[in-house]
Write a protein that binds this ligand. Structure first.
Ligand code: BGC
Length: 450
C-alpha cells in the first residue's frame, strides 16, 4: 500500500528546482539547491548538513521524546515474511536468530529515497527515469558517518515506531577515530590524538540512547566498515598500526554499549578479495574471535558483514581470473564458507549478511583491490533472505548506490589514488556525496534489471 503513496509523491515531483519534492533535500551545509518545498510539505532541519521536505507541518525542533510527530518514510518488506497476522508488536526479543527472517518490514530511509527521487527527476530518458524511481523503494542502510547525524537516527526510529508493526531499521556505525587508516577517501572527523576515544564514546552512547528510546524497533547495524580488516592486513601502514589498540578498545566499547535487546550487530569483515586470501583467513578469524570474546560475547553480535561497498558477487559462476589470481575464494560464498569454521573454532559462531547493492556486473575491475566508483558497475541482487546458505542471514544493500566512494580531484585532501585509476569513474565528487552520473550507470547496468 505504501508503494502507491510513494508513486503518487514521485509522480507529483516537479522537474524544476524551484520547489523541492516531498522527502527531498532543501538545505544544509554545502547545499546549493532549492530551499522551499512543494505545497503540503515543510522544509525541516534534520541536522546541520541536511534539511528535508517533510509532508505536513514541521516537526517540533526538540522532539527527541516524541514518537508521533514525524511521518514515516515509505516501507517495503524483504524475503519471505513468516508472520502476517500478529498485530501485537511486543518488540524484538533476542539476537538468537536471523533478524531478517521473522516478518519484519525493512524501513526505507527517507534520506536515500530523497536522494534517489531528486536524481530521477534529473533524468530525461523516461525509461531510465522509471527504473531509477524503483530504487527509492529498495531498502538500503543509512550511514552515520558524523556525530551530528545521530539526531537523525532518533528521527528515523521515531518514524519507524510511529509506522507501527514490526519495523527494522538498518544502520552503519561509521565514525571511528583515524577511520579508513589505509586509504584517504573516507577519513573521518575524529582522531585518537585529539580526544578521539572520548568523542567516539559520545557517538556510540548517542546511538545507544536513541535505540533504547524506541525498543519496539529492531535495529541491524553494520559495525565500522574496513576497520578490523585493516588490522589484519595493513599493519605496515603507520596510521593503522598506531591506531590498532585504540580501534580494538573502541570496538569493544561499542559492542558492549550497543548490546541491546533490539539490536543485531554485524562486524564488517572486508570481502573475498581482502580477507578471503588463504593466508588472511586464520588471522582474520583470530582477530574477530578476540574482539568478540573481549567484549564478553554480547548477545547482540550476530556475526559479520561482507562485501560492504564492494563489487563481488555472492556466488559467481566462475572466477574472474584476471583479478582473483588463483584465490580459491573468488566470491563471497566461498569466502564465507572458508571463514565460518575458523570463526567457530575461535569461539565466534558467526552468521553473515552480504552487500550486493553494486554487484550486478562482474569482470569490470583491473585489480581486485580497486574499490573506488568502479566503472561499469550495476545495481545487484535485491535484498532478500533467499541466500542459498544457512550461514547467510540476508543479502542486503549497505552502500547507498549513487553515493560516491571518493573524489577524483587530485588536489583534494581526501584524494585517494584508487579514485584516479583507469577503472574508476571520473570525475567524481567527495566520498558520501551524491554522484549522479554514477547512479545513472548503476541504474542502466542493474542486474537483475530494474
Ligand atoms: C563515505 C561516507 C558515506 C558512505 C556511504 C563512505 O565512503 O566516506 O561519508 O556515508 O560512504 O555512502
Amino acid at each position: 500500500m505504501k508503494y502507491f503513496v510513494l508513486s503518487a509523491i514521485l509522480a507529483a515531483a516537479p522537474v524544476a528546482l524551484a520547489q523541492q519534492p516531498v522527502w527531498a533535500q532543501c538545505g544544509g551545509i554545502g547545499w546549493s539547491g532549492g530551499t522551499t518545498c512543494v505545497s503540503g510539505a515543510t522544509c525541516s532541519k534534520q541536522n546541520d548538513y541536511y534539511s528535508q521536505c517533510i509532508p505536513g507541518a514541521a516537526p517540533p525542533a526538540s522532539s527527541s521524546s516524541s514518537t508521533a510527530s514525524v511521518p514515516s518514510g515509505p516501507t517495503t518488506t524483504v524475503g519471505t515474511p513468516t508472520s502476517t497476522s500478529s498485530s501485537t508488536t511486543t518488540g524484538p526479543t533476542s539476537a538468537a536468530g536471523n533478524p531478517y527472517a521473522d516478518g519484519y518490514t525493512l524501513w526505507l530511509t527517507p534520506f536515500y529515497a530523497s536522494e534517489v527521487t531528486a536524481a530521477a527527476a534529473a533524468i530525461t530518458d523516461s525509461a531510465t527515469k522509471a527504473k531509477a524511481l524503483k530504487v527509492a523503494q529498495i531498502p538500503t542502510f543509512t550511514w552515520f558517518d558524523v556525530i551530528a547525524k545521530v539526531d537523525t537516527l532518533k528521527t528515523y526510529l521515531a518514524a519507524a515506531a510511529a509506522a507501527g508493526g514490526k519495523q527494522l531499521v538498518q544502520i552503519v556505525v561509521y565514525d571511528l577515530p583515524d577511520r579508513d587508516c589505509a586509504a584517504a577517501a573516507s577519513n573521518g572527523e575524529f582522531t585518537y590524538a585529539n580526544n578521539g576515544a572520548a568523542n567516539y564514546k559520545s557517538y556510540i552512547d548517542g546511538i545507544a540512547a536513541a535505540i533504547k528510546a524506541f525498543p519496539t524497533v529492531r535495529v541491524v547495524a553494520v559495525y565500522e566498515p574496513d576497520s578490523l580488516a585493516n588490522l589484519v592486513t595493513n599493519m605496515n601502514v603507520a596510521k593503522c598500526s598506531n591506531a590498532a589498540s585504540a580501534y580494538k578498545a573502541s570496538a569493544i566499547y561499542a559492542l558492549q554499549t550497543l548490546n541491546l535487546p533490539n539490536v543485531f550487530l554485524y562486524l564488517d569483515a572486508g570481502h573475498a578479495g581482502w580477507l578471503g586470501w588463504p593466508a588472511n583467513l586464520q588471522p582474520a578469524a583470530t582477530l574477530f574471535g578476540q574482539i568478540f570474546a573481549s567484549a564478553g560475547k554480547p548477545a547482540a553480535v550476530r556475526g559479520l558483514a561482507t562485501n560492504v561497498a564492494n563489487y563481488n558477487a555472492l556466488s559467481a559462476p566462475s572466477a574472474d581470473t584476471k583479478i582473483t589470481q588463483g584465490n580459491p575464494n573468488y566470491d563471497e560464498l566461498h569466502y564465507i564458507n572458508a571463514l565460518a569454521p575458523m570463526l567457530t573454532s575461535a569461539g565466534f559462531p558467526a552468521h553473515f549478511i552480504v552487500d550486493q547493492g553494486r554487484s550486478g556486473v562482474q569482470g569490470i575491475r583491473d585489480q581486485w583491490g580497486d574499490w573506488c566508483n568502479v566503472k561499469g558497475a550495476g545495481f545487484g541482487t535485491r535484498p532478500t533472505t533467499s541466500t542459498g546458505s544457512s550461514l547467510i542471514d540476508a543479502i542486503v544493500w549497505v552502500k547507498p548506490g549513487g553515493e560516491c566512494d571518493g573524489t577524483s580531484n587530485t588536489s583534494a585532501a581526501r584524494y585517494d589514488f584508487h579514485c584516479g585509476l583507469s577503472d574508476a569513474f571520473q570525475p567524481a565528487p567527495e566520498a558520501g556525496t551524491w554522484f549522479q552520473a554514477y547512479f545513472e550507470q548503476l541504474v542502466r547496468n542493474a542486474s537483475p534489471s530494474l
